[in-house]
Structure formats: C-alpha cells, structure tokens
Design a protein. Structure first.
Length: 345
C-alpha cells in the first residue's frame, strides 16, 4: 500500500525530537511530503530529513493547502496558534492531528469541534504518554488485574525549566501567557491528568489545586499540585513544576493487591512482599507517537476512529481549566460529566 502524504506544520523541537523520529520509523505508513514553518532554518532542517523538495517547504499553512499535495497535516505549533491552525485545516477539509492542548480555552476548543463536525474531517490529538513502552506496560498490567482495584495514582514531574523552544524561532514562548496560554500545569500537567483517568479507569469528578509562580519571573505558573477525586472513589495526585533545582520524579499506581512503580524505563510490580520487573516492549517508539500516527492513517483511509479524539482533548482541557479555577477560588470543584465527553479509560 502506498504511504499517505503528510505535511508537518510547525517545525519546532517537539516536532523534531518527538514526531519526526516516529515518522521515520513508519515510513511505509506516512511519507512527509511538505513542511510549514515561519522560520526558514527550521523548515529546511526538518525538510532535509525527509528530502522534501524546496517548493514544498512553506512559510504559511494556506500555501500548503492551496498546493494540494498532502493527505493530512500534523500540527505542532505554539499553543496559542492551535485554534487558528485547526480551524484553517478543518475548513479546507484537511485531516489533521494536533499536539496538545487542543486550544487554550474551552470556547476555542468548542469552535474547533463544531467546525470539524461540520466539515466531517478526520482529526485527533496527541495523548502520547499513554503509548510510551513503560506506561503501556503498566496500563496492561493494571487491566489484567495484577494489582487488584487501583485506588491511587501518583505522578510528579518536576524540573527546573520549561521545555525550551527552537533557537531559530522563540526559545521562551512557553513562559509567556499570550503564546502558551498557561504554564507548567497546561504544558506538563496536562499529560498527567489524562494519564490519571486512564490508569484509574474512571472519570475525575472533583479537583482541588494549588497553582503558583514561585521561582520564575514570568506570567505563567511554574508549580502546580492537583488532587483528583475519581467517580469510583479513587484518588490521583499530580504535580507539575518548572521550579525545582533538583527533584525525584515519581509515577506510581497503587491497588488493593499491589503497586506498580515506574522506575526509569522499567516498571516494577510489587505484590505480596515480592518485586518483579515487568517486561517492556522493545519498541523504539519511546515517546509514544508512532501508535497514534499509525492509527490516524486508518482514520484518513477508512474513517477509523483516531486513538485519541478531539473530544478527549476537550475533556482534558476542561480538567486543566478547572484546576486553575480551583486554585483561584481556594476550594475543590466538582466536575460533572457532559454527554459529549469521552475519556476512553
């Protein structure tokens, strides 16, 4: 089967270090036929990796769409530009995968969902943490009942800095609200929140958060602690920060018959006083993007459901925004399910 043609929209470090390695490994599924970026050095850097001809290296998305040379696009632009990019693609009937978050407000997320539905465009979002080899192994172990019923998930991701953007574009865009839409919680904690719902296997129904800017001189948060109450009575504790000079990052899943600790690249199962290192897939897809790209090819070809839908992206954005609101009002807030929401735990 001939590979589908993909356009890369946004040639920053997430695209370069996350998406590109995955696409190179599945070049029988997708071939990168075009790149889009406002910075020439960035589009040339990524274009060269896929031998994209000079005429297919575009400064603007509109020019790529007018050229009509790809079957779908992969969007990895700064957060504030997700809405306009997704809307432009949908209105042009162009299938797309978007990096998270879907938007920087629920209102914009709803605009995207409505436009995608109106034009019947295949579209999905990158919830890639669920598909890293160690998380996929942990999830399958939980679903096999090896730790009984999960009652607590703990995921603490602390560092000293945001993920720096491309030097040729704007390395510090994540530190400015007008471009990022939020700080450590929206950028890093976002992953922890959707992971919590999938690990526990039940939706979040209550959120209490403390979000602050403690160290960095910036207008977005550098520290976020969030406690999640799940519908089944379980609890998740999430911490995301850019404020720690040194920290030990933790991912743990606790059930009534055992625990899983994701230590390094090898999850360890603890049950009945014994410990067992779990066998992790030898897949080179360390960042978890390959599975999402592969399934999306089926979405474009035959209408199959993406691994993670925009509705899931909207749901997780609502969790993030409720956490911000909880921090402002200083109390726990309830999350009521909406008919259109899907968490697919």
């Amino acid at each position: 089967m001939t590979p589908l043609k993909l356009g890369l929209v946004g040639c920053g470090r997430v695209m370069e270090q996350g998406h590109v390695p995955a696409l190179l490994r599945i070049n029988d599924v997708w071939t990168v036929a075009a790149v889009v970026d406002p910075t020439e050095v960035r589009r040339d850097l990524l274009g060269a990796q896929f031998n994209v001809p000079e005429p297919a290296r575009f400064e603007k998305l509109d020019d790529l769409l007018e050229a009509n040379i790809v079957d779908a696009i992969d969007i990895a632009v700064p957060h504030a530009y997700h809405t306009s990019t997704c809307l432009t693609a949908a209105r042009a009937h162009m299938p797309f995968l978007s990096e998270k978050p879907l938007a920087t407000s629920l209102e914009d997320a709803d605009r995207i969902l409505a436009t995608v539905a109106k034009h019947s465009v295949p579209a999905g979002i990158m919830h890639n943490y669920l598909h890293t080899p160690k998380m996929a192994t942990a999830l399958s172990t939980v679903r096999a009942g090896k730790i009984g019923t999960p009652f607590m998930f703990r995921m603490e991701s602390m560092g000293s800095h945001w993920y720096t953007g491309a030097a040729g574009y704007d390395p510090d865009w994540r530190s400015r609200r007008d471009v990022s839409g939020g700080g450590a919680l929206l950028d890093n904690g976002y992953h922890n929140l959707y992971s919590a719902e999938h690990v526990i296997g039940a939706p979040v129904t209550q959120i209490f958060a403390r979000v602050a800017t403690n160290v960095k001189q910036q207008d977005v948060d550098d520290t976020a602690t969030v406690i999640l109450g799940h519908q089944n009575g379980a609890t998740s504790i999430v911490l995301a920060a850019w404020s720690a000079a040194s920290a030990l990052n933790v991912t743990e899943i606790h059930g009534d018959q055992g625990s899983i600790r994701l230590e390094g690249e090898t999850p360890v199962l603890h049950t009945g006083g014994t410990s067992e290192s779990l066998k992790v897939s030898s897949s080179a897809d360390h960042a978890g993007f390959g599975a999402i790209f592969s399934q999306f090819a089926k979405s474009v070809r035959s209408g199959a459901r993406p691994l993670h839908t925009l509705t899931e992206g909207r749901r997780n954005l609502r969790l993030v925004m409720t956490a911000y609101e909880s921090s402002v009002v200083g109390r726990a807030l309830d999350i009521k399910s909406e008919p259109s929401e899907s968490t697919r735990p």
